[in-house]
Design a binder for this molecule. Sequence first.
Ligand SMILES: Cc1cc2nc3c(=O)[nH]c(=O)nc-3n(C[C@H](O)[C@H](O)[C@H](O)COP(=O)(O)OP(=O)(O)OC[C@H]3O[C@@H](n4cnc5c(N)ncnc54)[C@H](O)[C@@H]3O)c2cc1C
Length: 578
Amino acid sequence: MIEMIRFPGVRTMMKGGYLLATVTASSSFHLNVLQRATAFSPTRITHYSSRIRHHDTTRAYLSTTQLYEQKQKHIVLVGGGHAHLQVIKAFNQASLSRLANADWSVTVTVIDQSDRASYSGMVPGCIANTYTKEETEISLTDLTEWAGIDFIHGRVVDIDFEAQEIRLEAHGDECGSTNDENDSSKTIVNYDVLSLDIGSTARGLEIPGVLDYTLPTRPIDALVRRLDEASDALKENTNVFLKGDDDDNNNEKIKIVVVGAGAAGLELAMVLRERFDPIVQGLGRELEVTVLNSGSTSNLLPDENIFCRMALQDALDRRNVRFVNGRVNCVNQDEVVVEVEQEKDGEMQLCSLPFTICCWAAGAHPHSLSFRLGDSGVALSDRGWIRVGPTLQTVSYDNVFAAGDCSQIEGLGSEESPPKAGVYAVRAGPVLVENICKYLKEEELVDYDPQSDFLKIMNCGDGTAIGFRFGLPLVGKWVFDLKDDIDVMFMDLFRLENLSSLNDKTNDDDRDGSIHVAQYDDAIIRQIDRIDALEAANILARSDDGVDYQEAWIALREMVADEDYKREVLKCFKKLNR
Ligand SMILES: Cc1cc2nc3c(=O)[nH]c(=O)nc-3n(C[C@H](O)[C@H](O)[C@H](O)COP(=O)(O)OP(=O)(O)OC[C@H]3O[C@@H](n4cnc5c(N)ncnc54)[C@H](O)[C@@H]3O)c2cc1C
């Protein structure tokens, strides 16, 4: 039995990232107890202090058994991104009490520099005005509060892996604090088990002018905000975008340049066309959308087969997206300076690519924090990703896990580490949950077995989408409807209104006390009724509005589950397209 003690008069709250305790004279004794028990000081939060709920400003509850008899194991999750969302939900107070045993109990703290997690799969839809910004985000404050675990809104600047200490700059402290990473005023959080899900940043940000004049895709919430500002500026006809007021300039095209011809850049080009076309037409101007491809081949998405690439090219042509091949030399206020290879002699020449708005979608690159952690002792790949094994434990420290974009998985047999895509981060979540629990219980950990390929869908911005799976091009409204269903279903898992109260003793998934390690869509997979292979091929080959996306989804799921069925559908598909 856990005996709860109430400390009357002790007021606690998070302020500027510090846990503040306001104490009346009558309760100074209790503060003393509190201080000794938690080693609490204004700049130091130990794992004990996480028992004090920061959102409860009037009462502090401490568990005597936990503080004085049991050891507390502190799990810290750095980053509340795609990989950690399911971990946060799984490690709620109800399930954590099950994980605890007579010797130890568990507390969990989430640290993120943003208080909202952006779901990138829906961001292009937000740019195309299909979703609101709120629909693409999860409030980490709400989710952690629901789970009854702590949330620190702050930026991790370093980790001492030997001392098991995380050094962070709390939100709002950035202005006041020094740049000295060793500054002792920075907040320290201790951990027993650490999991890193810090995502990635955009490649090439160091190229002169990129940070000054372009809109990078990372952080993704900043991209949406800055595109909103750009739209407003255009609508208001401010001369930030419409330079000059003579006739010549007024007839100039509005030019959007997207740097990067990967899936994210191409999707962005299509949804930007959808978003800005009406605005630009309203100004009586013409919109030009250009993608700058710096790849070694002029083929778009060279890893896809010719059929998929042709379907993609068709989708881009229909939206009048043009291409330029070359490498960025620098970016000036209104032009990208590009090194272009001359056809006649192979010489490189500098060319100007003028823009009104330039989006930077040049692929994923490790955060500077990743390199910092490398200096602090965690092993990194050549490119700077955190090296982990199939259990998602770092190769350097058994009690440090990493998942999602920031990690590179080694030892997957013949498979390489999966690409930097949200789908792999999401699928790593339940494995993290299971392995962190097993690590604490000193059991054998399980391996993450990432799928070798995944359903890639690009939103075209007009209610249709283009996707690729098993080498099949999938096109039409049904492809967007399918994407919408998958994305909304995932987000719904974390919406406060869909989460049942953990205090309610009625038995259901969130309250039964067990820790959930299943993939979020497992339940749906079990509901599948197979469709005949020829019928499945027929559905997948269609692009008209009459296709029922649910049937297409059933077909695709079954193709994943059953190799023979997949072969049969692909055979039928080939015949249909002869
Ligand atoms: C425009 C665009 C569209 C995309 N569309 C898709 C798609 O449709 N499907 C798909 O599979 N993938 C897509 N991706 C890729 C996908 O976004 C990433 O693979 C995914 O976000 C990786 O998730 P993650 O959990 O690794 O990191 P994230 O979800 O990015 O989370 C990282 C978290 O760490 C926090 N953080 C970072 N540094 C610190 C720090 N120092 N201290 C504290 N917190 C920190 C961040 O605030 C963030 O909340 C897209 C990417 C872009 C740019």
